[in-house]
Structures are given as C-alpha cells and as structure tokens.
Design a protein around this ligand. Structure first.
Ligand SMILES: Nc1ncnc2c1ncn2[C@@H]1O[C@H](COP(=O)(O)OP(=O)(O)OP(=O)(O)O)[C@@H](O)[C@H]1O
Ligand SMILES: [Mg+2]
Length: 261
C-alpha cells in the first residue's frame, strides 16, 4: 500500500527554547521523491524524525497514509517506514547479509531473531535486494566494516527495502560519500523507490544532487519553509536564501558567552 505524508502546522520547540520547526505545512504525495534542503540547523533531521516518531512535535500534526503519527499508531507505522542514515548505522562486525536481514526484525518473533533461524522467503529477499542494489555474493558474507562507504550505503538501502516500506526517510544518505558514489547511491534509491511506489523524503546538502534527483524540493530556513517546488524552478535568490544562515542564532548567544568562547 502506498502512503503520503502530511505535515499540518508542525512546530517543534526544544526545552531550551530553540525553535527547530515553525508552522511547517506540506504534503508529500505517495510515490514522490521529495528533497529537503536547508542550512545546518534548519530543521531537516527534526522534521524527518517527526514522521517515524523519533521526535514528537510540540504543535500541529503529522499524518502518514491518513493516520496520525502518535503513540497509538507508532508500532504499526514503523513497519511501513524505513530510514537510511548518513553514517549507514550498520553493525560493523556483522556480515552484509545479517545487516540487510536486520531490516526485517520488526516482523519476526523474538525467538527467530535470537536463534538466527530466519524464514527462507526472507533469506531469498536478502539475496534479491543485494542484487538489486548492485552488490555481489562476496559482499553477503563479508563483515560490513570491510566494505567501502558506497557498498555500506548500498547495504543500508537494501536493509531499508526489506519490509517493502511505503515510506523511506533518508537523512543525508550521501553526506559521507564522494560525488560519483553519491550519484550512484541516490540513483539506486530513486529507481528502487519508483519501481515500488515508495514515497521518499530525503534531506541533502548538495544542491546539484537535489536538482538531479528530486521531483520536488522543500527548503527550510530556521524551521520555516522558504521554498517549495520543482527543482528546476529554484532561482539564484532562492539558493542564496537557503544557504544564508539567519543571525538569530548568533543574537541568541548571551553577550558574556560570546566573549568567553
Ligand atoms: N535534542 C535536541 N535538543 C535541543 N536542540 C536540538 C536537539 N536536536 C536538534 N536541536 C536543534 O534544533 C535545530 C534543528 O536541528 P536539526 O538537527 O533538525 O537541523 P538539520 O537541518 O538537520 O541540520 P544539519 O544539516 O546540520 O543536520 C537546531 O537548532 C538544533 O541545534
Ligand atoms: Mg540533520
């Protein structure tokens, strides 16, 4: 089943008063590859984490496939939402295959996870996905830490697709990779998502990659949306707005502290 993501006046104020998200409203239709842009601290990770309940908004609501994200729905929703991380979040000493299988543990009884007795269809799925992301049999048995960064992120993608998620949240999935490999990894993410109707919300720092892969760009600045549209409509002035940090954060630092450090 495909799912959209709806942000309705979402705000997040941290206990120290930092306003990470400020009245954010937009809908990512099912199957869209939507890229979040914004300077460091703009609120991209916070917004992504509100979708799978890793953070809770302090105002507004997030809906996934028409269902509100909250304590009552979270367990079921998490099976439909996968995440891809900047630093891959693999188990370094476990094999490639075990790392991909980890994407299915939410669907398994505890005894299977503890004994490692996985159902045969899931083993087939691991092989299928490893192939789909361009890895070979040798990578299946090798420890994840012995693979290159690009190969590790391919494992991260295969793991994310294990339960055929409706939504993939990718938080700077290529920030640790060189430009050519970044291109390959995003291209894989997009083609795999397209083929399955997966909705992707992906934060990126690189504008060229957003231009190459996004169906739509949503740019945040200090927690507010300052651009929303197809990447080809981004103008020079939009780009300088996106990457100009507001001086609010500087002003928020007490004068005494500014001189103390
Ligand atoms: N746990 C936390 N407690 C307090 N403030 C936080 C916490 N997590 C994030 N913030 C603040 O919330 C704001 C948004 O942070 P967030 O991590 O969402 O930004 P980002 O756009 O992902 O930045 P980056 O590009 O550096 O990853 C920042 O001001 C950050 O310092
Ligand atoms: Mg971030």
């Amino acid at each position: 089943m495909v799912m959209d993501i709806r942000f309705d006046a979402v705000s997040k104020i941290w206990p120290d008063g930092t306003r990470a998200l400020d009245d954010v409203s937009f809908t990512v239709p099912a199957g869209q590859f939507c890229v979040l842009l914004g300077h460091s601290g703009a609120g991209k990770s916070t917004l992504l984490r509100c979708v799978n309940g890793l953070e809770t908004s302090t105002g507004g609501a997030v809906q996934v496939g028409g269902q509100s994200v909250g304590p009552a729905s979270l367990r079921a929703l998490r099976r439909r939402i996968a995440m891809v991380h900047q630093h891959f979040a693999l188990v370094p000493r476990a094999s490639g295959a075990a790392n991909v299988m980890a994407g299915a543990v939410a669907s398994l009884p505890l005894w299977r996870v503890l004994t490692g007795l996985y159902p045969t269809p899931l083993k087939h799925r691991v092989c299928e996905l490893l192939q789909a992301v361009g890895l070979e049999e040798a990578h299946l048995v090798r420890r994840a830490e012995r693979l290159s960064g690009g190969q590790q992120q391919r494992l991260g993608l295969a793991r994310a697709f294990m339960l055929d998620p409706a939504i993939i949240l990718a938080d700077e999935p290529v920030a640790s990779l060189d430009p050519a490999i970044s291109h390959d990894v995003l291209s894989l993410l997009r083609s795999q998502a397209r083929g399955r109707g997966t909705t992707v919300l992906c934060s990126l720092h690189q504008l060229d990659l957003a231009r190459a892969f996004a169906d739509r760009v949503v740019a945040l600045h200090s927690g507010r949306i300052i651009f929303d549209g197809p990447p080809e409509t981004l103008k020079g002035s939009d780009i300088s707005n996106i990457y100009t940090k507001s001086d609010a954060s500087e002003a928020a630092v007490p004068l005494r502290l500014r001189f103390a450090i």
